[in-house]
Each structure stands twice: as structure tokens, then as C-alpha cells.
Design a protein around this ligand. Structure first.
Ligand SMILES: Nc1ncnc2c1ncn2[C@@H]1O[C@H](COP(=O)(O)OP(=O)(O)OP(=O)(O)O)[C@@H](O)[C@H]1O
Ligand SMILES: [Mg+2]
Length: 238
């Protein structure tokens, strides 16, 4: 947690979005990198903090083609005025060393399996019940990753989130393009190979809008992408 702070070049008006869940493999790096790509495509200056521990985020930034809108690692963004920092909280992230009250907003990806739903629910509950977090609460949104909306685990997730009063910020499909994007420094917003990819890219534009609506003060207004279809807002609630 403190590592994230160490990597930030300057804080200023910059808002920090933390992608975190103690559960490994739930999609933290996927969400953090795709969110960076979506911010950059929307004309908002953004950098990534890579606390993945395996260097997956740093690898992604290194692979990013020059033709794609710029995303730096926060460590290397010297002199650049940043509007948003996205922090990949990394595997096994623990909040026992302090709840993330320095983050402006928290996104927690959860996979559609009972063990993941249980672990994700426990993680969010632990976070929300920490006295420091309760004294200074932050918006939390769940990313239903590789979602199976008709599956029993999804119904369980919705029930749990209703109890916790935490919304679903995005529903992401299981799509092999995510693996491809992670390897090639891109986000789904940069891959418009098929109607399915375009539809998935829209989920990221909607997520950026949702995050901006939740952030306290100074919300930015992302530019619509020239190539993108107008975003249709969908109900984002548990
Ligand atoms: N929506 C998705 N569709 C298809 N593949 C996905 C999706 N989300 C994630 N993946 C794949 O699942 C794997 C794990 O994702 P990712 O690395 O983002 O998880 P993580 O939470 O960062 O893992 P770790 O805890 O190890 O850091 C990766 O191979 C990624 O490409
Ligand atoms: Mg990771």
C-alpha cells in the first residue's frame, strides 16, 4: 500500500484510482491497464503504478506502441502533469497495514466463481469496516470480470453487493482479446477488430464516465473517441 505512494511523482490535483483485491488472478492488472488505456484515449493524462509484483503493468507500458495514446509508469512520468493515476494493487494485497484512505476511489475485480465471490465480499467488508476507512470513506465499485450474468455465482455477487450497498461499476465479458491486449500494451479501447470488441470497448468508456462521476470534485469530462459509437449508459447497480 505504501509502495503505491512511494511511486507517485507528485500528487497535486491528480486523482488516484486503486484497483485492488486480495484474490490473485481476478483481473487487477487487466482492469488497471485497460482503465489507463481508456483514460488516455479520452484525452486525460494518466500514469500507472505497478504494484503487481510480477512487473506485468511495467511490461504492458513497455510494450505500448508509440501510435497509442500515451500512458507512463508513474515512476517515469517526471515533469508531466498527471490528471489520473491508476494503481494496480497487486497480488495478495493486504489492507491490514492500513485501509486505502489515500486512494480517491477503489475498484475491486471479482471473478464469477463462488470462492472468488466469497473472498471478494470478505475483502470489501474488511476494507469498509476499518475505522480509518469509515472515518474517511471512499467510493468503491466492483468489476464483475469474465462475467457469467446467468450463472449462480453472479446472482450471489449481486445479493452480496446489495447487502454491502456497493455498486457494480462494470461487467466485463470473458474475451481472449484481454490476454492479447495485456501482451501488446493495448487496451480494449484500442482494439476494434470486431463488433464484439467494439462492444467491450464501450464498457471501458462507460467505466471512465462512472469513475469520473464518483470522484470527489474536479471531475474531468472525457472526450468521446472519434471512432467510438455514442456510449449508451446502462444501469450500473447491484
Ligand atoms: N475478462 C477477461 N477475459 C479473458 N481473459 C481475462 C479477462 N480478465 C483477465 N483475463 C486473463 O486472466 C489472467 C489473470 O488476469 P490478471 O493478470 O489481470 O489478474 P491479476 O489479478 O492482476 O493477477 P495477479 O493477482 O497474479 O496479479 C490473465 O491471463 C488475463 O489475460
Ligand atoms: Mg496482476
Amino acid at each position: 500500500m505504501n509502495g503505491a505512494m512511494r511511486q507517485e511523482p507528485h500528487l497535486g490535483r491528480c486523482r488516484r484510482i486503486l484497483v485492488v483485491n486480495a484474490k490473485g488472478g481476478c483481473g487487477k492488472t487487466t482492469v488497471a491497464t485497460n482503465l489507463c488505456a481508456a483514460y488516455a484515449a479520452a484525452g486525460i493524462s494518466v500514469a500507472l503504478v505497478d504494484n503487481d509484483g510480477q512487473g506485468a503493468g511495467a511490461h504492458w507500458v513497455g510494450q505500448r506502441p508509440a501510435s497509442a495514446s500515451r500512458v507512463d509508469l508513474a515512476l517515469q512520468a517526471h515533469g508531466r502533469s498527471l490528471e489520473r493515476i491508476v494503481i494496480d494493487g497487486g497480488q495478495g494485497q493486504s489492507i491490514t497495514d492500513g485501509p486505502p484512505v489515500w486512494a480517491d476511489l477503489i475498484l475491486t475485480p471479482i471473478l464469477p466463481y463462488p470462492i472468488d465471490v466469497r473472498a471478494g465480499g470478505n475483502f470489501i467488508t474488511e476494507m469498509m469496516t476499518q475505522p480509518r476507512f469509515r472515518a474517511s470513506p471512499r467510493p468503491i465499485g466492483v468489476i464483475a470480470n469474465r462475467a457469467k450474468p446467468n450463472g449462480p455465482a453472479h446472482a450471489r455477487l449481486l445479493h452480496l453487493l446489495r447487502c454491502l450497498n456497493v455498486p457494480i461499476a462494470a461487467v466485463l465479458k470473458d474475451n481472449p482479446l484481454y490476454g492479447e491486449a495485456l501482451e501488446s500494451g493495448l487496451g480494449l479501447v484500442n482494439l476494434a477488430k470486431s463488433p464484439a470488441a467494439q462492444k467491450e470497448a464501450a464498457a471501458w468508456r462507460i467505466l471512465v464516465e462512472w469513475v469520473e462521476e464518483q470522484l470527489p470534485g474536479n471531475a474531468l469530462h472525457p472526450q468521446p473517441l472519434a471512432a467510438g459509437r455514442p456510449t449508451q449508459r446502462h444501469a450500473i447497480s447491484a
